[in-house]
Write a protein that binds this ligand. Structure first.
Ligand code: SF4
Length: 198
């Protein structure tokens, strides 16, 4: 049976995007194909995705069952989950009754069968490969304009950039103004940081 490189598994609330406030398992895969830095991306990656455990699907499902027997949504994230998600994982978790949301940087085409796709692009528009999604989410700092995205989505989301655990007031006000001037978009603040949860 295939083994997946898993960084961590935990149970919490989704803090951002259209599904904010809902309970989910978070299955974070190790590894990423990008290395986001202030100079190239406008922010430094603050996600630890190096450490990992090799886990089979059975081992993953056993760990989920210990955390909750009620929750049926799993958020697949990373690092970049598109490096590891395959048909076997999707079919196996669906077979156990789970629904699968994914958060991807958009640079890899995802396999079919996922139930909710969030693309949060970290590459130039011409390098985006996952061009359809349920929601597309761009982090915006003070002074950055509204994106011209190639991603076709049901929901277009602007997420104001935090500095560490703090959201600068002028960044929030800037993003509110962006959304008011571009009503196809909506604001989503990283509420898990405000709620002090992961
Ligand atoms: S794509 Fe995400 S996880 Fe990967 S380096 Fe960039 S911010 Fe970090």
């Amino acid at each position: 049976m295939r083994q997946y490189a898993v960084n961590e598994i935990f149970y919490s609330l989704q803090g951002e995007g259209v599904r904010a406030g809902t309970p989910n398992f978070f299955l974070r895969f190790a590894g990423c194909n990008l290395s986001c830095k202030q100079e190239t991306h406008g922010f430094d990656c603050d996600t630890e995705f190096i450490s990992s455990r090799k886990m089979t699907l059975d081992e993953i499902s056993d760990e989920l069952a210990v955390l909750s027997r009620e929750c049926k949504w799993i958020v697949l994230s990373g690092g970049e989950p598109g490096l590891q998600i395959d048909g076997e994982l999707i079919a196996g978790l669906h077979g156990l009754g789970y629904r699968l949301a994914v958060e991807t940087n958009g640079s890899i085409t995802l396999p079919e069968g996922l139930d909710w796709i969030t693309v949060s692009p970290k590459v130039a528009e011409h390098a985006i490969r996952q061009t359809t999604a349920n929601e597309v989410k761009y982090v915006r700092g003070y002074g950055q304009g509204i994106p011209r995205t190639v991603v076709e989505a049901e929901h277009y989301v602007i997420s104001p950039a935090f500095e560490g655990e703090n959201l600068p007031k002028r960044t929030l006000e800037w993003c509110i103004r962006l959304v008011k001037e571009n009503p196809a978009w909506r604001l989503s603040v990283q509420q898990h940081k405000i709620w002090s949860i992961r």
